[in-house]
Design a protein around this ligand. Structure first.
Ligand code: 13P
Length: 334
């Protein structure tokens, strides 16, 4: 796999008007989601739910790729068609979450470092064989009175760079995700500061590890007020601050940036992306890689009545994809 191949996968992931659906919840995270709609967390329910999402009619019109969890990459529809084939036929690039989760960072109470580098070379080789063309690794940076520490930021960015190098060696596009959490009562200015420091550290580490940025995608969090902050920044302010922060930290050679939704409402996630694109043109396409903001309406319907609401649930997935696709072009009208 050459750099040109990685580059063309990365570009396809952020093709105009298209974005990514993140359905890579680990078994413990999907448990929370399923139980929130009174569905038991069994392998068959997880499979059936992901089948509903991935077989949404015309999903590929606005979705370029989907991030799967290990179990899902190996599963098939109830009729026995592997999910990777369903995706290929719909023009959707298979991606895979490869980190093993954020664990307590020893010596830094309350802070986290993402694990999963041991044995990653072998796992990536298998994922490539199974059809994955890109991978995702999520680092978690929390904001509190004394955190994040620079040690936490550096440890996470070092791991992201080592993961990215292994991905490129295996012929997969690394999606690097340093998520600055919305939890807390911090204001948007502090979120800006932490996001800026994190992205500076990340791109420094990627440089030190010889990462080809042309074959890399950044999955970023928006610069936004903490969930419990009394002074909530406007949509325009979120868009302006996020774009300013990215422009001051992310090299223009990167093929694209996609955002996580991080607990925002569906409408806020779409409106923020749209507002950012209305401030363009930017050095890179800005699109979406939403989990909750793509799925939550569909999950609720499907959970209420798996058979009876099947088509209605898929309709909401298609609708969220269409709206976010328009927002990726700055053409969403609310
Ligand atoms: P949310 O959009 O729900 O934040 O999920 C995106 C994701 O993949 C987090 O790793």
């Amino acid at each position: 796999m050459s750099i040109e191949d990685l580059e063309s996968i990365a570009q396809a992931m952020v093709a105009p008007g298209k974005g990514i659906i993140a359905i890579d919840e680990s078994t413990s995270t999907i448990r929370k989601r399923l139980e929130s709609v009174n569905v038991e967390n069994t392998e068959e329910h997880r499979r059936a739910y992901r089948e509903m999402l991935l077989t949404t009619p015309d999903l590929g019109d606005h979705i370029s790729g989907a991030i799967l969890y290990d179990e899902t990459l190996r599963q098939s529809t109830k009729d026995g068609v592997p999910f990777t084939r369903v995706m290929r036929e719909a023009g959707i690039i298979p991606g895979i979450k490869v980190d093993m989760g954020a664990k307590p960072l020893a010596g830094f109470p309350g802070e986290l470092v993402t694990e999963g580098l041991d044995g990653l070379r072998e796992r990536l080789a298998e994922y490539a064989k199974l059809g994955a063309q890109f991978a995702k690794w999520r680092a978690v940076i929390g904001i509190d009175e004394d955190s994040p520490s620079s040690t936490c930021i550096e440890a996470n960015c070092h791991a992201l760079a080592r993961y990215a190098a292994l991905c490129q060696e295996a012929g997969l596009v690394p999606m690097v995700e340093p998520e600055v959490l919305m939890d807390g009562n911090h204001d948007i200015d502090l979120c800006y500061e932490v996001t800026e420091a994190t992205l500076r550290s990340l791109f420094g580490a990627l440089y030190e590890h010889n990462i080809m940025l042309e074959g890399t995608i950044l999955k970023a969090s928006m610069v936004i007020s903490g969930k419990n902050c009394e002074q909530q920044a406007s949509r325009e302010d979120v868009a302006e601050a996020t774009v300013r922060c990215l422009k001051s930290t992310v090299p223009a050679t990167l093929p694209g940036i996609v955002f996580l939704s991080g607990g925002q409402s569906d409408e806020d996630a779409t409106a923020h992306l749209n507002a950012m694109n209305q401030l363009g043109p930017h050095p890179w396409p800005l699109s979406f890689s939403y989990g909750r903001a793509m799925q939550q309406a569909a999950l609720k319907l499907w959970g209420e009545d798996m058979r009876g609401n099947y088509a209605a649930a898929q309709k909401t997935v298609a609708q969220r994809a269409r709206e976010n696709g328009l927002a990726a072009l700055g053409q969403w009208e609310g």
